[in-house]
Write a protein that binds this ligand. Structure first.
Ligand code: 6PG
Length: 471
């Protein structure tokens, strides 16, 4: 990743100094990939800092966590006031908040930048989400915007996100959404295979078609290619891969953060839990032998073509809900931290270069450009109409999957969220009554919000109330 970013910067006319603590890697890079370029190397942190123009701009691409702090500690003796440290790893945003503050106290400008797009993105145009100390932005803007991917209209997929941990926060939500998109596609894959009995080539054809319309996205595109890919014996390689999902933690951070902020980001939560369930392979193998499924056949028997069209609609609608939830979370975090997030700008940053890049993000950008204060993405007229149009198909798909016993945790939680959100009245009135009944936790009347009262429901519970507070 680091090497590719350096080569990308070199392509755009910037002179870069490469450093790795394993110095032989620097030499190998200079003698091979970087041969004939303007890239220079350093064998020590001191040499690296001595070679950089002031203000120095040092970009770290190391494992999130202690490694970042250790590297910063090594750099500090050789840096001067006004120099810039950029952390381009997948750091947890509270660390970036802390580092921005601690380094500002030392006169160093810290930037925590999300970098998305994998190896190829780094080489030819990643999506970059920089945040931290805004005083650093004018110095790094020309480099970042030059090397970033470009949206179809030519705009760079990189802009200043906000102060302190905002860049890494937005990258965290990006990754959470990435988990959600991937899980939704995997649910569709299981329905197409287990439910409809389609071959991998037939599935690849469906993804090829979907990639020409509203679902056009990088993840749909690579899924098509994966489904087509054959092992040396001619069978689709994907069928030989052990069904236990790995995770490096950014999706989990998003889900935990949503719980902390009280924002129902249910689809990402289900995507994380689905990876956890997949990892319980041995237990699932045992369960598969003893737990009964529905008496109906797990095969779908209706009009396959019509059902596949409904599946595409269900995928699209669930995806809209997932992005709506992600934006709800960013909105709340922006309030909590005083960040002035540009929601249209974030959609543009995700429009190209990153893993969740899609045509659909152009519509999100339009929604927030028209109304930067949009309360919920689902309230935007385009998305209102899109979900209204897709919802019957979505309900059919979820109902069918439930009937034949194929799990659709992300797709169905999205539908439940949609139905919950559109209900003026939820059964939480009963829940409040229950809490008050057994614990005197009090409740508000619809006619007097903000005024907490208690009822002595049994006549023996007393009139003393518990303290009223919300966690
Ligand atoms: C990106 C990706 C990347 C992420 C990997 C692996 O934007 O380029 O989000 O940052 O680390 O996709 O993530 P998991 O191991 O958690 O799936």
């Amino acid at each position: 990743m680091g090497q590719n970013l350096i080569l990308n910067m070199n392509d755009h006319g910037f002179v870069v100094c490469a450093y790795n603590r394993t110095t032989s890697k620097v030499d190998h890079f200079l003698e091979n990939e970087a041969k004939g370029t303007n890239i220079v190397g350093a064998h020590s942190v001191e040499e690296l800092c001595a070679k950089l123009k002031r203000p120095r701009k040092v970009m770290l691409l190391v494992k999130a966590g202690d490694a970042v702090d250790n590297f910063i500690d090594q750099l500090l003796p050789f840096l001067e006031q006004g120099d810039i440290i950029i952390d381009g790893g997948n750091s947890h945003f509270p660390d970036s908040i802390r580092r921005t503050k601690d380094l500002a106290d030392k006169g160093i400008l810290f930037v925590g930048s999300g970098v998305s797009g994998g190896e190829e993105g780094a080489r030819y145009g990643p999506s970059l989400m920089p945040g931290g100390n805004p005083a650093a932005w004018p110095a790094i803007k020309p480099i970042f915007q030059a090397i970033a991917a470009k949206a179809p209209d030519g705009a760079p997929c990189c802009d200043w996100v906000g102060e302190t941990g905002a860049g890494h926060y937005v990258k965290m939500v990006h990754n959470g959404i990435e988990y959600g998109d991937m899980q939704l596609i995997c649910e569709v894959y299981q329905i197409l295979g287990e439910g409809l009995g389609l071959s991998h080539d037939e599935m690849a054809d469906i993804f090829t078609e979907w990639n020409k319309g509203e679902l056009d996205s990088y993840l749909i595109e690579i899924t098509r290619d994966i489904l087509k890919y054959k092992d040396t014996d001619g069978t689709p390689l994907v069928t030989k891969i052990r069904d236990t999902a790995g995770q490096k933690g950014t999706g989990k951070w998003t889900a935990i953060d949503s719980l902390d902020r009280g924002i129902p980001v249910t689809l990402i939560g289900e995507a994380v839990y689905s990876r956890c369930l997949s990892s319980l392979k041995d237990e699932r193998v045992r369960a598969s032998k003893i737990l009964k499924g529905p008496t109906n056949s797990p095969k779908f028997t209706g009009d396959k073509k019509a059902f596949i069209a409904q599946l595409g609609q269900a995928l699209y609608a669930a995806k809209i809900v997932s992005y709506a939830q992600g934006y709800m979370l960013m909105r709340q975090a922006a309030k909590d931290y005083g960040w002035n997030l540009n929601y249209a700008g974030i959609a543009l940053m995700w429009r190209g270069g990153c893993i969740i890049r899609s045509a659909f993000l152009g519509k999100i950008r339009d929604a927030y450009t028209t109304n930067p204060e949009l309360e919920n993405l689902l309230f935007d007229p385009f998305f209102q109409e899109a979900t209204a149009k897709a919802q019957d198909a979505w309900r059919t798909v979820v109902a069918q999957a439930v009937t034949v016993g194929i799990p659709t945790p992300a797709m169905s939680t999205a539908l439940n969220f949609y139905d919950g959100l559109r209900h003026e009245m939820l059964p939480a009135n009963l829940l409040q009554a229950q809490r008050d009944y057994f614990g005197a936790h009090t409740y508000e009347l619809l006619s007097a919000p903000g005024k907490f009262v208690h009822t002595n429901w049994t006549g023996t519970g007393g009139n003393i109330t518990a303290t009223t507070y919300d966690a």
